[in-house]
Design a protein around this ligand. Structure first.
Ligand code: FAD
Length: 457
C-alpha cells in the first residue's frame, strides 16, 4: 500500500495494542485502503482489530430514505467483516464522545479513519485529534490519488487538476488486496443490527424509500458489470439524453462508499483492453469518475465556503451582485419547488424524477439548478434551496459532488464567464430550447408528469 495514502492527524506514535478503524465515509469491507492500513498495523502487532461505525443524531438532512439505503448496505459490510473474523460495532451518538469511550473500553492504541473534506465530519476529526492520546491516522480511500497528494491548493478547473491526476494515476492504481480472514481476533460476535430498529431510534424526516436501487457492495459491483457489458458503449454519445438509459447509476454506491472508484477504474480499464474500440467512451466515463469527482473533494477540502456564496470566485460574485436587483419573471418558494409546482413542465419532471427515483439524470441536474437561480429572489437563496432539495431527496446527496454541482450551476465554480444576461450575469445560462435541441423534452416531461406528486413527498 502506498504510504502517501495515510496521514497522521496528531503527533502521537503508533504503539503495540488493539487497533480501531472508525469507518465513516467508506462503508465497505472490500477495496478499502483505510481498512487495509488498520489490518496491516494490527497484524504487525498481532493485536485485535475492531471496526466501528457511529451514527450521529443528526446529519445534514439525512432521512429515512437515505438512512435505509446506508444501513442496508452497511449490514452487508458488517456481515463480510464478521465472516473474516473482524469485530464490527455500531453505536448511536456523537462521534467525539462515543469514540473516546470505545477507545477506553477496548484499550485501543491506534485509531484509523477514512478521509472526508466536509465541515461537520472534519470537525469531529479535528476534535478527536486534539482529545486523544493515541496515534490517529486518516486514509484517503475515496480518491484514487489522495486529495492532499494531487494538489496542495484549490484547483481552478478540471483543466488544471487533469494533468496532475493523469501524471499520478498509474502509480496509484496499485493492486487492491483481497480481504482475508483476520487471525488475531477471538470471540467475534455474529450479532448484526436490524435497520428498522436503528431507524426507529433516530429523529429522521420520513421520506419514501427508493426500492429500485438495491444497496450494498455486491449490488454495486453487479451494477458496474451491467454498465460495462451493456451501457458504456453508448455513454459518450448519449449521456446528455435523459430519455436514454446509459449512465452508470453508481453515484449512490459511491456516495455511501459501497464501491471504490479505484476498483471501478481498474475494471473499466480491463474492459477497454478487451474492447479497444470502446476507448473513447470508456475514457469519457473515467474522466467523470476520476477527474470531475476528485476535483469536488479538492474544492471542498481547500475552500471552507464550499456551500455558500463566499466560495464563488471574485468574477462570479461580482456579476451575480451586478444582477442582484434584476427583475425575475417567476419567484417560487422552497415548498413550490419541492412539490414540482413551477410553470415549466420540464423542470417539474426533473424534480419528480428526483422525488420518485432518488436520482435525477445528470443533464437535468444542471438545468434544474440553473432554473432555481433564475426563479428565486437571490443567488444565496437559490443555493440554499438547491442544496436542501438535493441533500434531502437524492440518494447521492450530502456529497462534495452535490455542493460543487450546485456551486457550478449557480456560482460558475470550475466554469468560465459567458455572455452577460439578466439575473445570471456572466454565469452560464441554460434554457428550455437548448434542452429541446438535445433530446425529446416532451417524452421526458410526460414520463414523469404522469405521477401524482402528493404521494412522493
Ligand atoms: P455517470 O455519468 O455514470 O458518472 C459516473 C460517476 O462519475 C458518478 O457516479 C460520479 O461519481 C462521477 N461524476 C459524474 N458527473 C460528475 C460531475 N459533474 N461532477 C463530479 N462527479 C461526477 N453527484 C453526486 O454524486 N451527488 C450529488 O448530490 C450531485 N448533485 C449534483 C447537483 C447538481 C446541480 C449538478 C449539476 C450535479 C450534481 N452531481 C452530483 C454530479 C452528477 O450529476 C452526478 O454525479 C451523476 O449524475 C450521477 O449519476 P451516475 O452515477 O449515473 O453518473
Amino acid at each position: 500500500m502506498k504510504k502517501e495514502r495515510i496521514r497522521k492527524l496528531n503527533n502521537k506514535t503508533a504503539q503495540k495494542g488493539p487497533v480501531l478503524y472508525w469507518m465513516d465515509r467508506d462503508r465497505r469491507a472490500h477495496d478499502n485502503w483505510a481498512l487495509v492500513a488498520a489490518i496491516n498495523t494490527a497484524k504487525e502487532y498481532q493485536e485485535s482489530l475492531h471496526v466501528l461505525y457511529v451514527i450521529p443524531d443528526e446529519f445534514l438532512n439525512a432521512n429515512t430514505r437515505t438512512y435505509t439505503f446506508m444501513l442496508d448496505g452497511l449490514k452487508e459490510t458488517a456481515e463480510t467483516l464478521i465472516d473474516r473474523n473482524i469485530h464490527f460495532h455500531l453505536i448511536l451518538g456523537e462521534p467525539t464522545e462515543k469514540i473516546p469511550e470505545f477507545i477506553k473500553d477496548h484499550q485501543i492504541k491506534n485509531l484509523f479513519t477514512d478521509f472526508t473534506p466536509l465541515r461537520l465530519p472534519r470537525s469531529w476529526r479535528d476534535k478527536l485529534s486534539k482529545d486523544l492520546d493515541i496515534a490517529f491516522f486518516e486514509v484517503d480511500t475515496r480518491n484514487i490519488i489522495p486529495c492532499w497528494v494531487t494538489s496542495e491548493k484549490e484547483e481552478y478547473a478540471a483543466r488544471t487538476i487533469r494533468p496532475k491526476i493523469h501524471k499520478l494515476i498509474d502509480d496509484y492504481l496499485d493492486p487492491l488486496p483481497n480481504l482475508m480472514t483476520y487471525d488475531y481476533n477471538s470471540n467475534v460476535s455474529t450479532e448484526i443490527f436490524k435497520t428498522q430498529e436503528i431507524l426507529e431510534k433516530l429523529p429522521l424526516q420520513e421520506i419514501p424509500v427508493v426500492e429500485s436501487i438495491t444497496p450494498g457492495e455486491k449490488a454495486a459491483k453487479r451494477r458496474l458489470r451491467y454498465f460495462l457489458d451493456n451501457q458504456v458503449k453508448d455513454y459518450d454519445d448519449l449521456r446528455n439524453d435523459p430519455n436514454e438509459d446509459v449512465l452508470s447509476d453508481l453515484s449512490p454506491y459511491l456516495h455511501y462508499g459501497q464501491i471504490s472508484s479505484q476498483y471501478i477504474t481498474q475494471k473499466a480499464r480491463e474492459h477497454k483492453a478487451i474492447h479497444p474500440h470502446l476507448e473513447n467512451t470508456i475514457d469519457a466515463f473515467i474522466e467523470e469518475l476520476v477527474v470531475r469527482r476528485e476535483l469536488t473533494d479538492n474544492y471542498c477540502f481547500y475552500n471552507p465556503n464550499y456551500d455558500n456564496f463566499k466560495g464563488f470566485k471574485e468574477w462570479a460574485q461580482k456579476t451575480l451582485n451586478d444582477h442582484r436587483d434584476d427583475k425575475r419573471d417567476y419567484i417560487y418558494t422552497y415548498e413550490q419547488f419541492e412539490k414540482a409546482e413551477t410553470h415549466d413542465e420540464l423542470w417539474n419532471a426533473a424534480q419528480i424524477q428526483m422525488l420518485r427515483e432518488g436520482k435525477m439524470h445528470g443533464y437535468m441536474r444542471m438545468y434544474w439548478c440553473k432554473k432555481i437561480l433564475e426563479w428565486t429572489e437571490s443567488p444565496e437563496k437559490a443555493q440554499e434551496i438547491a442544496i436542501k432539495l438535493n441533500d434531502t431527496y437524492e440518494l447521492d446527496g450530502r456529497d462534495p459532488n452535490g455542493y460543487v454541482g450546485v456551486a457550478w450551476s449557480i456560482g460558475g465554480v470550475h466554469d468560465r464567464a459567458w455572455t452577460e444576461r439578466e439575473v445570471y450575469g456572466k454565469i452560464r445560462y441554460m434554457n428550455y430550447n437548448g434542452a429541446k435541441r438535445k433530446f425529446d423534452v416532451k417524452a421526458y416531461s410526460e414520463k414523469y408528469g404522469k405521477y401524482e406528486k402528493q404521494k412522493l413527498i
